[in-house]
Design a protein around this ligand. Sequence first.
Ligand code: SD4
Length: 333
Amino acid sequence: MTNRRNFLKTTALATAGVAFQAFNGKSEETEIDINSGKTNKPIVLSTWNFGLQANEAAWEVLKNKGRALDAVEAGVKIPEGDPNERSVGYGGRPDREGKVTLDACIMDEFSNIGSVACLEHIKHPISVARMVMEKTPHVMLVGEGALQFALSQGFKRENLLLEASEKEWKEWLKTSEYVPKANIENHDTIGMIALDVQGNLSGACTTSGMAFKMHGRVGDSPIIGAGLYVDNEIGAATATGHGEEVIRITGCHLVVELMRQGKSPQKACEEAVMRIVKLTQNRGKNLKDIQVGFIALNKKGEYGSYCVQGGFNYAVHDAAGNKLIDANYYLKT
Ligand code: SD4
């Protein structure tokens, strides 16, 4: 919405014609030169600090006028393939049976969707999700069926459980106490959303889920509408944190629908987080135990983010460069 403050900002920027970021401690909302009708594209956003590296891979595609879909797949494959990233793909922490089970989904500008959940032994679940999207009559495959499909498409069966993960799991077994932690090592799920030079949006989301989850547990990340949503007319959103809470409000679909109602990406993320806050309080649960973060991008290349508590950051790459931003949050104490 253009209030007087925004009008002044956008007017001042009209000559510069660049995205503006307000770091006033209250908002990370980008304000684009709406009056000139300019769009900040291409642009890519991704969750957590490993997003910086992932963005670089996505940018290679975007700067060469590639499709946002190819950019987000290439981007999230970086942490997926990195054994040092212990919350995504190869090297992900196992469930309580010592199995590394992966969740991922992808969505393009035509609302094509593909997803895999509880997939074992495959390093790049995002590429399997893309194949579900492009080569099957379905949108989601799980467990053994997803694995069989991946193998039939030529994916290699691999052991994803690192020695370090096995050690941690054996340690965990001593107490078997499940305390789902978000913000581990400042990176968890990678969710990535991008707008290409053609003005098309796509998104991808991939994770090993919550460490020591029950075997068979599926989070928000492979669920279209929860961990990821793209509407090429409006915008895109992706989420990280406690998947159960994101699913409860169909988080990313909600964020995109709020943008459809005219909210900025920042305000849409804030409202979705406030819904989680309210439902958590209504259910008598402690908000301190919960972390959820959303990032959102609209058709103009404006973006925003908000989360329940501090510690969440996200990476943004546009023509001005690649940077990490600390998301603003609700719970200040
Ligand atoms: C899940 N949302 O499986 C994922 C995990 C995550 O920060 O993002 N943790 O619930």
